[in-house]
Design a protein around this ligand. Sequence first.
Ligand code: HEC
Length: 149
Amino acid sequence: MVKHVIKASAVLVVIAVMGAAVAISAEKDPLASRVPADQLADAKKAKNPFQGNAAALAEGKAIFEGKGTCFTCHGMAGKGDGPAATGLDPSPRNFSNPAFDKAKTAGEMMWVLKNGSAGTAMIPVVGSVITEEEGWKAILYERSLGGEK
Ligand code: HEC
């Protein structure tokens, strides 16, 4: 009896996973910068003031998974598969992709946090949902998911 219940729930999990995979759209080129050309040099230069700060990294995780609401779209593991990702086209960024992490600086990500990414569900969050300081901490955590600390 117990065995049957376990089997049935395993089947349901598989169906749920398949459903999610079908519903999630592709990402828009994750390696191309979202910053307009005339602002790119300045954006790239901006350094994360919390780089290498373990306490800030932990705070960034709490912001990502709480107040910042990042997890709702990006997912708890940052794979772009959060509960609100279903139906979003393009799909939220997959932060566990090391190629994305390498292609862009933290400053470019801050630009997106402040300005959003036009034509996508990524709206400006710094200044509304979170402060700039919280944004840097969330970026620190987000980058740790792709390998960088
Ligand atoms: C409503 C859904 C949603 C929420 C909430 C959200 N994002 Fe996003 N995010 C997206 C989508 C969609 C993209 C992909 C945009 C694109 O392809 O241009 C994205 C892209 C990004 C990028 C990549 C920008 C780039 O240069 O490629 C970063 C960084 C980012 N989000 C950080 C965050 C952080 C940090 C939070 C929380 C403070 C957050 N996002 C909250 C939907 C969301």
